[in-house]
Each structure stands twice: as structure tokens, then as C-alpha cells.
Design a protein around this ligand. Structure first.
Ligand code: PHB
Length: 395
């Protein structure tokens, strides 16, 4: 034991010299006794709700399943990357690997942050569980990435197909101007237009400090049957406030989109303007299953009544993946072994059945069509149809 720790200290010092020389990864030679998970999330800034939800879910999983797996203690190290600076996320990941000797990277609230960190996982050969970010290409950026959340085309395509089959003929799209928004717009456009629909205008709102009012006015003036919206989790309150104030609903325009805009974290705050809206998504707090009931009850009890949203299940299931992979490897944390163990894994999540596609390391799951309705006096996205075992269709 003493010998081992002396040896790892020597290795660490040698590693530090390498860090100074610019190549930083070899110092992660020996794992400490505990398996450390480095969870990087936006815990402050405009996307703090994603961080808050995901961290709460990871902690809930650990609380329910204990902090020892395959005879090794699991330790969580949480870092706030503020959500907006990819270089910060990358630097935090490097620090966690070099200084804290974490064995697994996890979290990643937004696509640019996952993109920036992917080369770090590849160089250091560390498994990277993307719990939140949704752009299709993310797992292709590193063979060490496995995704536990969702993909943007996966959650967008079903609402495009649903809209084409309903009475909706003419749509205006409004998306946030960054990779996931562009991908959501492209997915909707392709599927809806291929099925005979018309998209008369495509609007892009800024990622930083957006003011939705002028865009919604423009959408109203175009007189579509529906407005398709993708905004990142947390932004829905501002969109729906303006949607109501500008009278789009009264003008006969319905709001559709993937479920990010009617995220469970903010649905009660949005209130009445959300009622009647149809969205497609992989998770609703109202999903009717015993697993989800237990999840929602446990989550709310542990977090002062906070309702779990779709980001939270990415965290919960990502932690499940890590635990089950560690069991399979007998506690070994070698990145290649962990990723291999995660491939093809299947289980029942609070969201329903899900698995990891062994070919793409991406999530396969049901995507539900939901209508926002009052349940016991509170708004919920109530599922009424689904696309089963849906793989990322790409863009
Ligand atoms: C992303 O950056 O990939 C992202 C962020 C928030 C969402 C969806 C996707 O709600």
C-alpha cells in the first residue's frame, strides 16, 4: 500500500513535469482507491437550471444505490463551468484529470462545452458521459463519449411527423442560434417539408440575452398555423410570456416543438399559456410508470419540491451507466473498458425503456408526443402517443 502510494506520488511528480512541458495526460497513471467522477455542469449563469437538475439526479442515484460499486467507493467531484465558455469547461476537465485523478468525466450542459472537452477525453483515454448536450454529432467527436440524455434530431423528428399528419400546413420556425438550434430547425424543415408542409420563415434568436418579442411579432405577422420553437432548457418562460402577451394563441397560432420549451422545471412558472401545446420529448414528469413515480417522489422529496425535468434523467441514467459499467469491469476504470461495458446496455429508466446503441454509443429510447394539460390543478406534459426505440435519425 505504502509502496503503491509512493510510486503513484513519483508518477504524479513526473506527470507534473510533463504537464509543464505541455503534454498533460500521462500523469493519470494510477487511480486512487476511490473511483472519482468529475461532474462538470453550468451551476451558475443562464443555464443553471440544467446544472441544478442534473446534479440533483446524480446525487439521488448515488443516495438510492449507495456509494460503493464493485468494492470501490465512488466519489463525486462537482465543478461549475458557468455554461457559456467552452475553454473553461475544457480546462476544468484537464484539471480534474491531472489534479483530482478523476476516472470518469460527466455532465456537459451544452453542446459547445461537450465539443471542447471531447479531445481531452480522447487524449487522456477517460470515459466521458454526456448527460445533457444534444447535438447529433457529439459521440463522434471522441470514442470515449457515451450519451445518456437525448439527441436533438431524435426529439425533434417526431413533432415534425406529427405536425405533418395533423391540420398544420404552414409553419414559422424560431430557434436559438447555436448548433442544437440549427439542427432542430434543419430536422423539422426536412421532415415537415418532405411530408408536404410549408415553412414560410426561419427565425434565429441569439443565445446570449435573447429578447423574443420582435421575433414573435414577426412570426405572428406571417400568419402561420403553428410556430415551431426550439430554445435551450430554461428559456421557455420568457418565450411563453411573450407568446401570450403578443396574442399568438388568440390569433390561432399554436406552439409546437421538442419539449425543451415546456421543460418540467419551469412548467408551473409558465402556467396557463402552456396549456394545449403539443411537444415531442423523451421525458415528462407525468410519464405513467412505477419507475417514474418513484423517481419523481424521491427527487421532489430530496430537493424541496423541485420537479425533475428531462436534463435530470440524463444525469440519473448516466450515473446508472457508470455504476453498471463499473460492475462489469470489476471496478476497473480504464476508459476503453468502461466504454466497452456501456455499449449495448439496456434498462428501464424513469423515462421508459432505453439502451445504448453499441455502434454509435448514443441513446436509443421512446420519444413521446405530449399535450400540456392540468393534472391535479398543475400543468404537465401528458403523453398520448410515442415513437418506440427511436435512434438518432441524424440530420
Ligand atoms: C445543447 O447545448 O446541446 C442543448 C442545451 C439545452 C437543451 C438542448 C440542447 O435544452
Amino acid at each position: 500500500m505504502r509502496g503503491a502510494s509512493l510510486q503513484s506520488r513519483r508518477r504524479f511528480l513526473a506527470g507534473s513535469a510533463i504537464v509543464a512541458a505541455g503534454a498533460w495526460w500521462p500523469c493519470r497513471a494510477f487511480a486512487a482507491d476511490a473511483v472519482k467522477i468529475g461532474l462538470i455542469l453550468p451551476l451558475t449563469g443562464p443555464f443553471a437550471s440544467t446544472g441544478r437538475q442534473t446534479e440533483a439526479a446524480v446525487r439521488l442515484y448515488m443516495q438510492k444505490n449507495g456509494d460503493t460499486v464493485a468494492g470501490r467507493k465512488v466519489e463525486l467531484i462537482v465543478r461549475d463551468d458557468t455554461g457559456l465558455a467552452p475553454e473553461t469547461t475544457k480546462r476544468i476537465a484537464q484539471d480534474l484529470i491531472v489534479q483530482e485523478k478523476i476516472a470518469i468525466l460527466a455532465g456537459f450542459g451544452l453542446t459547445p462545452l461537450a465539443f471542447a472537452t471531447a479531445p481531452v477525453a480522447t487524449e487522456a483515454k477517460v470515459a466521458m458521459v454526456v448527460m445533457c448536450a444534444g447535438t447529433s454529432v457529439i459521440p463522434q467527436r471522441s470514442p470515449f463519449i457515451v450519451r445518456s440524455g437525448f439527441t436533438i434530431p431524435q426529439t425533434t423528428a417526431p413533432i415534425a411527423d406529427w405536425a405533418a399528419k395533423s391540420k398544420i400546413r404552414k409553419v414559422v420556425t424560431m430557434v436559438t442560434d447555436f448548433a442544437p438550434g440549427a439542427e432542430s430547425e434543419k430536422t423539422f424543415l426536412k421532415r415537415f417539408v418532405d411530408a408536404g408542409g410549408t415553412v414560410s420563415e426561419s427565425l434565429r434568436t441569439p443565445l446570449r440575452n435573447p429578447d423574443y418579442a420582435p421575433f414573435l411579432q414577426r412570426a405572428k405577422d406571417a400568419k402561420p398555423d403553428a410556430l415551431f420553437v426550439f430554445v435551450p432548457s430554461g428559456e421557455g418562460t420568457a418565450v411563453l410570456k411573450q407568446f401570450a402577451e403578443r396574442g399568438l394563441k388568440e390569433a390561432g397560432i399554436s406552439l409546437i416543438g421538442p419539449g425543451d420549451v415546456l421543460d418540467d422545471d419551469i412548467l408551473e412558472a409558465i402556467g396557463r399559456p402552456a396549456l394545449g401545446m403539443i411537444t415531442s420529448h423523451h421525458y415528462s414528469a407525468a410519464h405513467p410508470s412505477p419507475e417514474n413515480k418513484a423517481y419523481v417522489d424521491g427527487f421532489m422529496k430530496a430537493n424541496n419540491g423541485m420537479r425533475p425535468n428531462f436534463m435530470s434523467v440524463g444525469g440519473y441514467d448516466g450515473t446508472h451507466l457508470i455504476y453498471e459499467a463499473l460492475k462489469k469491469t470489476g471496478g476497473a476504470t480504464d476508459g476503453e473498458k468502461l466504454v466497452e461495458a456501456m455499449k449495448g446496455m439496456a434498462w428501464t429508466s424513469p423515462r421508459g425503456p432505453m439502451s445504448i446503441d453499441p455502434a454509435t454509443r448514443d441513446v436509443v429510447q421512446n420519444v413521446y408526443i405530449r399535450k400540456c394539460e392540468l393534472v391535479d390543478g398543475k400543468p404537465y406534459n401528458v403523453e398520448f402517443d410515442k415513437v418506440e426505440n427511436f435512434k438518432d435519425p441524424g440530420v
